[in-house]
Design a protein around this ligand. Structure first.
Ligand SMILES: [Zn+2]
Length: 293
């Protein structure tokens, strides 16, 4: 797949993420948890969750679509379904910025996991970002928002287990000969006690731009680039394909990450305030990519 890292365009309207957008994100996350738990990949409830997101994402006025596919897992072939909104850019090129959040819950958890922070929080954030992008666009580059299925593993993370949606997305982009300018993975960003980490395994220039974005958004203390941390997440398939990719994650959820993948991952642990910070950080990062400022 071809990759184009950075090309600036000046003069258009930057994306603004407001307090109303944060409320939208929080309310969408809450409704998603209430109506679509559990939502394990490869199950009927997983597909219902994809349809729920399809409906909710389309409220922004842009066309949302389902991208169903099948993939091998340690339990045999299973059906999956990504949800996609594409915002065509004003430049007539095939460069794309991709922003992802997974929506599935972990079937490996010992007890049912609502995934309020791990999944739903950033699904809500993408819904609110769809509003913000649509409201301020069109923007120079093409932007795809993708709610990925099958991020969680069936048995243990490996080449055929976990990250099915993002690996499928990379294949789709390759087939369509799309050039990935930047792939952005958002994960666990609704935590009331928010500390956003960019792990070391993100593209070097994007780590610099993330720092700039945090400063620009007045959120310098919120973001840490942790060079010693390696996180395998939905951005990894893009890195493997040689494309610029970055992961924004708060992988410190509850005491010693104790709420992660447990029934404790509930809406009372996430906040509108954190989603406002996360949304403003992502919007600032996106504006640097789109407008160089
Ligand atoms: Zn998870």
């Amino acid at each position: 797949m071809a990759c184009a890292l950075v090309s600036w365009t000046a003069g258009a309207v930057p994306v603004v993420f407001t307090a109303d957008d944060a409320r939208t994100a929080y309310e969408a996350a809450g409704a998603f948890v209430k109506e679509c738990t559990p939502r394990h990949a490869g199950t009927l409830r997983g597909r219902l969750a994809a349809n729920w997101l399809l409906d909710r994402a389309s409220w922004c006025g842009a066309d949302a679509s389902l991208d169903p596919f099948r993939d091998e897992t340690p339990l045999g072939e299973r059906p999956f379904c990504n949800v996609v909104i594409e915002f065509p850019g004003t430049k007539t090129n095939n460069h794309w910025i991709v922003i992802m959040s997974h929506f599935d819950t972990p079937s490996t958890a010992k007890q049912p996991c609502p995934g309020a922070n791990d999944g739903a929080s950033t699904c809500g954030l993408l819904i609110a970002l769809a509003d913000a992008i649509n409201r301020t666009g069109p923007h120079p580059d093409n932007i795809a928002l993708v709610w990925t299925d099958g991020e969680e593993c069936f048995k243990a993370y490996g080449p055929n287990d976990g990250f099915h949606g993002s690996r499928h997305l990379v294949d789709q982009f390759r087939q369509k000969k799309r050039s990935v300018k930047t792939a952005i993975c958002l994960d666990m960003l609704g935590d009331k006690d928010l500390h956003v980490i960019v792990p070391g395994n993100s593209t070097a220039i994007l780590k610099k731009l993330a720092k700039q974005a945090a400063e620009k958004a007045g959120l310098k203390d919120l973001l840490k680039i942790d060079e010693s941390l390696v996180v395998t997440d939905d951005h990894s398939a893009f890195l493997s394909a040689g494309c610029p990719a970055i992961n924004f994650i708060d992988f410190d959820y509850g005491p010693g990450n104790a709420w992660w993948h447990t029934p404790e991952d509930t809406m009372d642990k996430i906040s509108e305030k954190s989603l406002l910070s996360s949304g403003r950080l992502v919007a600032a990062f996106l504006n640097i990519l789109l407008y160089g400022k």
